[in-house]
Design a protein around this ligand. Structure first.
Ligand code: F1P
Length: 338
């Protein structure tokens, strides 16, 4: 019988892994906005666990350039609404040149679901606000499941698959624990309400999480926020750091903190305030100008999913303090259909 990830896929998503997964030689992910950030995280998983090359691009660029797709390309579109015009146009552009198309989508019967060969529904329920939140975390789970069922046909060992399936079962409890940190995050938000700008730093799968944190802050609180790979700080953005530029870092593990510590010192030396989302307080102590939010220990694979939550909550509380409309930010539409 089918084991591990395949069984979870059937139970959670009601789908069977298609036989065509044996023939996948490359994955091309295309999406917009928050969904694009989910794709960037999936690239780490697909290359690391399955050993399959994976490209990720915003649909609004992909659709307008000549794209060379190797034989055996699985095209994955990610979209909350399933109606994003650029993502749909990208699928239509390549559909005669790919092995198969898979969409990871939240809306049954949407255009992307109808036009893709395969679909994995995220079942996040209706997204009430314009800014994508629960769609993002469920997209990540769907992408991780996709990686596992692809990976077992490539480089993923049964032991690693079994471990990740077991890890996934701890996810609901971890998310509950992080939601319990809400009042500490609300307090942290006070430091941002009067600011005009913020920097977000992350490494590895936490780099796209930092990008998503910055996007959420921009979307709902209108604070100008940029995310950088932590190692890029000294290649330019450090010039921006002063007391008016809060710096948010997402650094779950000590080995990440080691690299980040030099950055943190650079920021402190310039009077920048630091907000560290960390898995252990051993390496970074709260001090004057440094606030640390400690998250529970967790399997590394789950970090990008779990660390997204406090960043979403941070943006939410900053927006509430500023009095902006959290559900309906100015100038934005829930689905961008033109
Ligand atoms: C993509 C997206 C969302 C964002 C906003 C505008 O939509 O950029 O991430 O929150 O709603 O559109 P989708 O393709 O995931 O529906």
């Amino acid at each position: 019988g089918r084991l591990g990830a395949e069984r979870v896929l059937e139970e959670a998503f009601g789908v069977t892994a298609p036989a065509i997964f044996d023939q996948v030689r490359q994955v091309q992910i295309v999406a917009c906005g928050t969904s694009y950030h989910a794709g960037l995280i999936a690239k780490y998983w697909i290359e690391d666990l399955a050993g399959i090359p994976c490209m990720v691009e915003v649909a609004s660029e992909f659709r307008y350039r000549k794209v060379v797709l190797p034989k055996g390309t699985l095209f994955i579109s990610i979209s909350q609404s399933g109606e994003t015009a650029d993502t749909l146009a990208a699928l239509r552009e390549v559909r005669d040149r790919i092995l198969a198309s898979l969409t990871i989508c939240n809306v049954p019967g949407s255009s992307l679901v109808r036009e893709s060969d395969l679909c994995l529904m995220t079942n996040a329920g209706p997204e009430i606000g314009v800014a994508s939140t629960k769609a993002f975390t469920t997209q990540l789970v769907a992408l991780l499941m996709t990686t596992l069922v692809l990976g077992r046909r490539h480089e993923l060992t049964p032991e690693t698959e079994a471990r990740i399936v077991a890890d996934l079962k701890t996810l609901p409890g971890l998310l509950e624990q992080v939601l319990g940190l809400d009042s500490a995050i609300e307090k942290m938000a006070e430091a941002f309400a009067e600011k005009q700008h913020a920097l977000f730093l992350g490494r590895g799968t936490l780099n796209p999480v930092a990008m998503e944190g910055a996007l959420k802050l921009k979307e709902i609180s209108y604070i100008h926020a940029e995310a950088y790979a932590a190692g890029e700080l000294k290649h330019g953005p450090l010039a921006l750091v002063d007391k008016d530029m809060p710096v948010v870092t997402v650094a779950p593990r000590n080995e990440m903190l080691d690299k980040l510590k030099a950055n943190l010192q650079e920021v402190r030396a310039r009077g920048g305030e630091l907000f560290v989302f960390a898995g252990s307080r051993q390496e970074v102590q709260p001090e004057e100008g440094v606030q640390v939010l400690e998250l529970p220990p967790m399997p590394g694979i789950l970090e990008p999913i779990v660390y997204t939550l406090p960043l979403q909550l941070l943006s939410y509380h900053v927006a509430v303090l500023k009095g902006t409309d959290v559900d309906q930010p100015r100038n934005l539409a829930k689905s961008v259909t033109v």
